[in-house]
Design a protein around this ligand. Structure first.
Ligand SMILES: Nc1nc2c(ncn2[C@@H]2O[C@H](COP(=O)(O)OP(=O)(O)O)[C@@H](O)[C@H]2O)c(=O)[nH]1
Ligand SMILES: [Mg+2]
Length: 302
């Protein structure tokens, strides 16, 4: 059942790619103009220039070897190459250290707070004790939003008043997690400040303050990216990664977008682990990333 929901949430991305591939394959033999069309199709599906070229190169090779005679065989070459690009993203940071601290970052509106709640629930269901830190002190509503989720899931939250120092909230949360013997501390952060550089300074400060309490923390800096923003997500990642060294990703809103190919672009360019993908607004609409299921959902026809 779960995998059906996953497939159906990715339907728009799958349909847009497969329709294009079907149209491409009206001729008997793939020639160079078809390969250009294939590259355009992949790029317009947000697969990114470099990953699209990589895939087209493989299709060209297979075509020369007469291995691409049907739309299914074309699909299968694309599938194999996408899988090769995505597979390394399954190498997640190992969750060692106690508490394990995930600092969740990203621009406003990408789904940080929602993802923090979903991730909390995911690990709670695995029997881990979880604590949340409301370090988005920029907006009062952000703290409120986290509280609402946490109450529903019966998970404790550390928060302060609006405008409080985000690093102080993170500090409190970590010391509290240590004294309560918590397994996992999830820190929600702001996505907007007066300026972009303020935000990056704040995130760096949170990192410093955490490391002072426990030099192993934060073990994971997870950037949340909204897949519907396509190539914008790529440039957001470039900025955050250069400022705070992101070591995992959560890609949200893959439901209802035709831009699911952006996952391939991000994997190809950054080779960063993808821990989760978001496929809806509900608490259960989160899936651990699997390269196989993702490629199947993107390319395998019903
Ligand atoms: N469709 C869909 N909406 C999502 C997903 N994740 C988050 N959202 C919605 O995106 C909006 C912004 O989310 P929020 O967590 O507040 O973003 P933040 O500003 O980064 O903390 C909310 O309306 C969420 O319900 C997802 O995977 N799919
Ligand atoms: Mg938020």
């Amino acid at each position: 059942m779960k995998s059906n929901k996953f497939r159906s949430r990715l339907a728009r991305s799958r349909q847009s790619l497969s329709r294009g591939l079907g149209q491409l394959f009206t001729a008997k033999k793939l020639d160079d103009s078809h390969l250009d069309d294939l590259e355009d199709l992949l790029i317009s599906g947000d697969v990114g220039v470099s990953a699209s070229q990589r895939i087209v190169t493989q299709v060209k090779r297979a075509s020369k070897a007469h291995r691409v005679s049907t739309v299914e065989s074309l699909n299968s070459v694309i599938q194999t190459e996408m899988l090769a690009i995505l597979k390394p993203c399954e190498n997640l940071p190992e969750m060692t250290g106690h508490p394990y601290v995930m600092l969740v970052v990203g621009v406003n509106g990408v789904g940080k707070t929602t993802s923090v709640a979903k991730i909390a629930k995911h690990f709670q269901q695995q029997g881990k004790s979880v604590l949340l830190a409301a370090a988005d002190t920029f907006r009062a509503a952000a703290v409120e939003q986290l509280h609402t989720w946490a109450e529903r899931m019966d998970i404790p939250v550390i928060a302060q008043h609006q405008g409080a120092d985000a690093a102080a909230v993170a500090h409190d949360a970590l010391t509290s997690a240590m004294s309560r013997n918590i397994d996992l501390l999830l820190i929600d952060t702001a996505g907007r400040q007066h300026t972009h550089s303020d935000l990056m300074e704040q995130l760096k400060k949170i990192k410093r303050v955490l490391a002072k309490v426990d030099p192993n923390t934060p073990q994971e800096i997870m950037q949340v990216l909204d897949a519907t923003t396509g190539q914008n997500a790529v440039s957001q990642l470039r900025h955050f990664d250069s400022a705070v060294s992101v070591n995992s990703l959560c890609l949200t809103k893959l439901d209802g977008t035709a831009k699911g190919g952006v996952v391939v672009a991000i994997a190809d360019e950054f080779k960063l682990p993808i821990r989760f993908i978001g496929i809806g607004e509900g608490a259960d609409d989160l899936r651990p990333f699997s390269a196989e299921s993702f490629v199947d959902a993107l390319l395998l026809q019903d």
